[in-house]
Design a protein around this ligand. Structure first.
Ligand SMILES: [Zn+2]
Length: 155
């Protein structure tokens, strides 16, 4: 029962941030019909149907977006610690996303992108590397044109 309550709580937070029902289902396992109803109640209109691009590297389409993703990652890591590389915590991820939104004037990544980023970090399809020149951590995904190098040094 506690699990169901916390799954519901997480689902409400995800939907409030505009994440569509299929992704909320993947995160919480709650019934799809119920999630579509929740979306309708929270937003006053049904969720757009159709496929959601399902990896962070497909959703991060510019250096600026990757820069914001890196900022989100730092905030998420402050909250979740190193366990984020083993398990995905959708609830903490939304808390981190809300802090990220408060810390930037214009947010360049949406909550869905942040969710896929958190998932991809947990599944290690995105790695964290450290720049040999400036010692900054950066997101690395060999499939992405924008996640190959340190964003500051571009090497
Ligand atoms: Zn660097």
């Amino acid at each position: 029962m506690v699990d169901e309550v916390s799954a519901l709580n997480t689902a409400v937070k995800m939907i409030q941030e505009g994440i569509r029902p299929p992704v909320v289902y993947a995160a919480t396992g709650l019934a799809k019909q119920k999630l579509r109803q929740m979306y309708q109640e929270i937003h006053g209109k049904p969720a757009i149907r159709g496929r959601v691009p399902e990896t962070a590297h497909r959703r991060l389409k510019s250096f600026m977006a990757v820069m914001d993703a890196t900022l989100f990652f730092r905030i998420y890591k402050d909250l979740a610690g190193h366990k984020l590389f083993r398990v995905m915590d959708s609830n903490l991820m939304i808390d981190a996303y809300r802090l990220y939104k408060e810390s930037v004037a214009v947010h360049r990544i949406d909550a869905t992108t942040a969710w896929f980023l958190a998932r991809d970090l947990g599944e290690k399809t995105i790695e964290i590397r450290r720049c040999r020149l400036c010692n900054n951590e950066y997101l690395y995904d060999k499939r992405s044109d924008f996640m190959q190098t340190c964003l500051l040094c571009r090497t």
